[in-house]
Design a protein around this ligand. Sequence first.
Ligand code: HEC
Length: 104
Amino acid sequence: MRFLILFLTTLLLLTISLHSKSENSNEIKQLHDQQCSGCHINITDGDGLVIYTRSARMANSLQELESLVKHFADGSDAQWDQTQIQQVTDYLNQNYYGFVEKNE
Ligand code: HEC
């Protein structure tokens, strides 16, 4: 019985943490889509996301990507904090750029 309760509690906690992780990445995507996609869609005349996969990309490293995200976040009136900049950088890197993590 004890074991069963322990097992169910673990399962519950695991489910909660997996769930909140995917909710979190949805939020980051939304944050990006709301504040960044409109303009990129205008420029690219359609699918704004192609701006991240062009053959001549502006961002050629994780550091460059982060400073571009910061640049655009500063330039728009988004007022993102460092965490949001970091999260959107990671989001773009995981989905489009695939740079290797920087060593700190
Ligand atoms: C006012 C319009 C505008 C807004 C808003 C905007 N961007 Fe951009 N973005 C551009 C333009 C224009 C380019 C392409 C510049 C070029 O090709 O010379 C670009 C390019 C980029 C690139 C480089 C893509 C590459 O080539 O690797 C990144 C990264 C980027 N934007 C991120 C963002 C993020 C993150 C946001 C939201 C915080 C954002 N942008 C909001 C206009 C905008």
